[in-house]
Design a protein around this ligand. Structure first.
Ligand SMILES: *Cc1c(COP(=O)(O)O)cnc(C)c1O
Length: 501
């Protein structure tokens, strides 16, 4: 080896600049004309595999310029574009372009935000981001927390903290083996699938979940909740937490959080809110009553990569008393920092969550909050909701569409052919099949992208507007696309029925 080293992975300054500028130019062109591309190319895995380099791992390297140019071409031209104005699928937002640049910056410095000494400024930026997110959704900025990869992880992080706080005895030392009675958690039957994973992963078992029925408005029925808690207590079980949902993943419903908070107080249970999708809408003054009670939560999950338009991945766990995270995830008792004041206490994020080494996800969230400010978010979130409302009202007016639900920015609807009445049981099945197939068509067609929800046994098309690029015109065109494809499909279904008859 010579005294100086030039590793094969290193890029010289001029080369970095040249490749970097090319990449930024390509991305700028891509974003500028994103609505002219199909939402998806609908290519099959086999077709995509044929585009990749030869199957064997390369023995020798190649030019960085070429490798990145090919990767750019591949990724920009063969991806599903959730930044497309007609993408209303699942709950995946258009990503803030500034977030992409922030991720580049974060990766370049490569701060490890597990320990403060490894990430001095990044740790401070994450702490400020957490405080801002709490302020944003209208809870006390004294909430602490941590950024994680997404909603599932944010809910898991809170779930374990709740278990540590509320399980009898010392689960950290004794585990759950010593728990003499079954720990129980309560949530509405609309709750996202994460709760089953959490019950399995964190030792309660899926039978520990009480799926509480919903009322006519799809909110958790809090009378049944209270009755169920009382029944469990009588049986000698140990209720530990109630999980409220602020914007359920299928239909966007927000539970009666105030009522749930009151029940948690009465029975000294941990109150967790899954606001992965909906919590940011609490920033709208007109929705203050809808989200009332959120400020009582012991923990809240929210996803900046959903309605704050952060690029993936960014989830966040907020906890009213940050020490519960510390107690759960650190082996150092909190009094280690007894002597230091709050402001200059060392804050090692590995002690607040499941990860050890951690990337600098806060940066993209933090720059976006400054770029658009609260007022910018109020405007975007309000318009997303207005567009969902518009989609719903167009479906209501259309003779071949049935509008089913609208909450926050989620709409569910069905295509119903003119000649078919919705009420008969037979037709219901046919309409379900038709809409299922219609969704499959739309999802590979590339014109617009929706997902599905099942509401009262009705298979629905579901649109979720967390997309700052969507306009009224897009919504009108999406309606036309749905109806056109629905008609064609109904025709071909009918023809094949006639033929087989
Ligand atoms: C999206 C979502 C989740 C899961 O979040 P990920 O970021 O996909 O892990 C959990 N709960 C609700 C209500 C959601 O909308």
């Amino acid at each position: 080896m010579t005294n100086t080293r030039k590793a094969p992975i290193e890029l010289g300054k001029a080369e970095f600049q040249a490749i970097g500028h090319q990449l930024v130019d390509a991305i700028a062109n891509f974003l500028d004309a994103i609505e002219e591309q199909p939402v998806t190319t609908g290519e099959a895995p086999k077709q995509l595999q044929a585009l990749l380099p030869p199957a064997l791992l390369p023995e020798n390297g190649a030019s960085a310029t070429e490798v990145l140019a090919k990767a750019t071409n591949l990724v920009l031209n063969h991806s599903l574009l959730n930044g497309h104005p007609k993408f209303l699928g699942y709950i995946t937002s258009s990503a803030a372009p500034l977030g992409a640049l922030a991720d580049l910056l974060a990766a370049a410095v490569n701060a490890n935000v597990g320990a403060q000494i490894l990430s001095p400024i990044a740790t401070e930026i994450e702490k400020q981001t957490i405080r801002w997110l709490a302020e944003f959704i209208g809870v006390s900025p004294t909430y602490g927390g941590i950024l994680v990869s997404g909603g599932n992880m944010a809910n898991f992080t809170a779930f374990v903290a709740a278990r540590t706080a509320k399980a009898p005895g010392n689960t950290k030392e004794d585990g759950l083996g010593n728990a003499s009675s079954q720990l129980i958690v309560y949530c509405s039957k609309m709750t996202h699938t994460w709760v089953e994973k959490a019950a399995v992963l964190f030792g309660l078992g899926s039978k520990a979940i009480r799926w509480i029925p919903t009322d006519a408005a799809y909110k958790m029925d809090h009378q049944i909740l209270e009755q169920t808690i009382q029944d469990d207590l009588q049986k000698g079980h140990t209720p530990i937490m109630v999980i409220g949902t602020a914007g359920d993943v299928s239909t966007g419903v927000v539970d009666d959080l105030q009522a749930l908070a009151a029940i948690c107080k009465t029975y000294t249970l941990w109150f967790h809110i899954d606001g992965a999708y909906g919590a940011p809408a609490a920033v709208l003054p007109e929705l203050k009553t809808l989200f009332a009670g959120m400020e009582e939560a012991d923990s809240i999950a929210l996803d900046p990569h959903k309605w704050l338009y952060s690029p993936l991945e960014a989830g966040c766990t907020l906890v009213k008393n940050e020490n519960y995270l510390r107690d759960t995830f650190s082996s150092h008792p909190v009094y280690y920092n007894f002597d230091s004041t709050e402001e200059d206490a060392v804050h090692n994020y590995y002690e607040y969550g499941l990860q050890n080494s951690r990337g600098f996800r806060a940066l993209k969230v933090w720059v976006a909050l400054q770029h658009v400010g609260r007022s910018g978010y109020v405007e975007m979130i309000r318009q997303d909701i207005e567009l969902a409302n518009y989609l719903f009202s167009l479906a209501e007016k259309h003779p071949e569409l049935q509008a089913i639900t609208h909450n926050l920015s989620i709409v569910t609807l069905q295509y119903v052919p003119k000649s078919i009445t919705r009420d008969s049981e037979n037709n219901k099945l046919y309409i379900n099949d038709l809409n299922k197939e219609l969704l499959n068509r739309l999802q590979v067609g590339g014109e617009a992208f929706l997902s599905n929800a099942v509401v009262n046994d009705r298979y629905c098309l579901r649109g979720c507007v967390v997309n700052f690029r969507t306009s009224k015109k897009d919504i009108e065109e999406i309606i036309e696309i749905i109806v056109r494809e629905g008609r064609e499909l109904h025709k071909s279904f009918r023809n094949s029925l006639n033929m087989s008859a």
